[in-house]
Design a protein around this ligand. Structure first.
Ligand code: SF4
Length: 448
């Protein structure tokens, strides 16, 4: 009999969470790879909105789903951790009920090991909770923790997650399994298989990765730490993957997970978009990770429109260009207006073009955010506030630690952007006004 491995995507514990094309892509890649290595793979997705047991075992209301596969998660209010007791907002566990989770454990049976992933550093309570329940049911089965929290806060994960092993490098996984007596039955696969979306109970959309890493070095971003080398797939191979999901699973919505989708587009993204446009599949593309504004040439904008781009998010961050100079150097004066013009000329509607604006950065003033919202409003596209979350191993981390009244180094819960951890109380008081300005600006755009 094949050795089985159970992969777990944990719950989110937070003040808010929304399924904006969020799937555990890294875990699904690992699942596909281990399956090709000859293991029997079972997935427990705590964020499964289609879990068959949920409607019968909970008093929670069915989560509302939105357009293109996005929507709310199952949600259950839980007591706030003591450290966050002063935050005047309800705290919730997002995802399936613990009863549904335990039922999944029973269905999967006793595996050779549990592989748990992790994402945001401040979601570590979900990681800890799934590991606690796994231990309760299978105390002697090894638990391996990987993912972003495990890499960014490795010491914290080692001391507090309850996992037997915390891995910072997925390449080390096979040798770790080997060391604990779980050798791969098959030879190592030569090609990287498509991520195992087929393990999900339903595929609403597919997350696509055409490249890894990012050539930019923004001081607030951990991309370079997590993926030091920038590499790209053959664009025609990506086309094959898109066709595979569309033809075999009827998928219409695809979300690009790239950090730098449009960089050097003439040899990469342009080829991909051209080929997709030729096929006229009627599929839609979404970019929850921001696109680089300076890469949106007239030609790329036209190809994006022809190939089916539907949701466009631009990484604008701020209209304060001296701040750009200090933080990221990725946008120069005039780049944003040029990108928007190119998109409009290509046929996109203003309401489909969104711009992420960072707020809550250390040293950033409220007035600077107000001016940025106003700038985006005048350009005539949709502003989206992105509250800054301090991330270990980024260039801005030391400044964030210095400027925050929270113990960012000792407790990842304080990285939560809902806390706006690097602004003082007088700045935080202004935050509802910023949100209101954003809403008004968006209403102005949709009314056009
Ligand atoms: S461009 Fe985006 S992904 Fe690249 S370093 Fe900057 S924020 Fe990170």
């Amino acid at each position: 009999m094949k050795t089985s491995l159970v992969l777990i995507n944990p719950w989110i514990y937070d003040f808010a969470a929304y399924d904006l094309w969020s799937k555990p892509l890294g875990l699904l890649y690992i699942g596909a790879y281990l399956r090709d290595c000859g293991f029997d793979i079972h997935l427990i997705d705590c964020l499964n909105v289609h879990h068959p047991m949920m409607p019968g075992t909970t008093s929670q209301r069915q989560p509302k789903r939105g357009l293109y596969g996005t929507g709310k998660f199952w949600r259950n209010k839980v007591p706030k951790p003591l450290l966050l007791k002063d935050i005047p907002r309800p705290y919730s566990r997002y995802g399936i009920s613990p009863e549904a989770f335990t039922a999944e454990l029973n269905i999967a049976g006793r595996p050779g090991a549990f592989l748990v992933t992790s994402l945001m550093t401040y979601w570590h309570l979900g990681v800890k909770e799934v590991i606690r329940l796994v231990r309760q049911n299978y105390p002697d089965v090894p638990v391996i923790l990987g993912g972003i929290y495990a890499r960014l806060c490795q010491d914290h994960a080692v001391t507090s997650s309850g996992a037997d092993y915390v891995i910072a490098d997925n390449n080390a996984l096979l040798s770790l399994l080997d060391n604990i007596g779980l050798s791969a039955p098959n030879p190592i696969p030569k090609a990287t298989p498509y991520p195992a979306f087929d393990l999900l109970s339903r595929i609403d959309y597919i997350c696509i990765l055409t490249s890894r890493g990012c050539p930019y070095r923004c001081s607030y971003c951990a991309s370079h730490f997590l993926e030091p080398a920038y590499s790209r797939r053959d664009p025609l191979e990506v086309v094959e993957e898109i066709l595979f999901w569309h033809r075999h699973y009827g998928v219409k919505d695809f979300a690009f997970y790239d950090d730098a989708l449009l960089v050097q587009s003439d040899t990469h993204a342009a080829k991909l978009f051209e080929e997709i446009a030729k096929q006229a599949l009627g599929i839609r593309f979404h970019t929850p990770n921001a696109l680089h504004v300076r890469e949106i040439s007239p030609g790329i904008a036209i190809l994006m429109h022809r190939s089916g781009f539907n949701t466009i998010r631009l990484g604008f961050e701020t209209a304060d260009f001296s701040l750009h100079h200090d933080l990221d150097n990725k946008v120069q004066t005039g780049d944003f207006e040029m990108a928007v013009n190119n998109l409009l000329n290509a046929g996109f509607a203003r309401k489909d073009i969104g711009a992420y604006l960072l707020a809550g950065l250390p040293g950033q003033s409220v007035d600077s955010v107000v001016k940025t919202i106003d700038f985006v409003r005048r350009v005539g596209v949709m502003p989206y506030l992105a509250e800054y979350s301090p991330i270990p191993h980024t260039a801005l981390w030391d400044k964030a630690v210095e400027s925050s009244r929270y113990d960012l180094t000792g407790e990842p819960l304080f990285h939560n952007n809902t806390l706006i951890p690097c602004w003082d109380d007088s700045q935080k008081k202004e935050f509802p006004k910023l949100k209101q300005l954003v809403l008004e600006a968006r209403m102005g755009v949709t009314a056009c």
